[in-house]
Design a protein around this ligand. Sequence first.
Ligand SMILES: [Zn+2]
Ligand SMILES: [Zn+2]
Length: 177
Amino acid sequence: MEHDDFTVLLENILPEGLEKRLEVREAEAEELRLAMPLSAPLGVELSLTRHGSRVLVRGTIRGAVTLECSRCLAGFSHPVEAGLETHLEIGEKKAAATDHEPSLEELDVQQIDKGCIDLRELIAEQVHLAVPLKPLCSEGCRGLCAHCGADLNTESCSCEGEQTDPRWDALKHLKEQ
Ligand SMILES: [Zn+2]
Ligand SMILES: [Zn+2]
């Protein structure tokens, strides 16, 4: 593993802890394998402390990513502000136990191999968790017409006439009387 800004050697975590300030720009985002482009660099502030065979990583990630609206498919900027708190266990990766469901404690503890911590995975995981599963460019997004695909936020289509709400028909009928 390459030793760079995103890698921490265990021996560098002194008893008083280690502070890390990182900036994730487009180039690093690719390395992090983020599934989305950045619309602003991500500022990452971490503090690492070591207790016996465990390392506690805490910090914040702030920036913005570009998401695709799940209704109209337009790209939009979504602010990211995520807290991070992960316990890492020093030691060899254990084979996944198949005889029981992993406990919450086990899920939270990640193994550290070869005496160094790769912060990429930690950061990428938190960014993905901070992003909604069904992103919306705005609460009131009208989406695309299911018939012709027109973006109903910016245009109206001729399909609309055939899809009027029956309640409006009743109102129209009242007005005509
Ligand atoms: Zn939208
Ligand atoms: Zn249409």
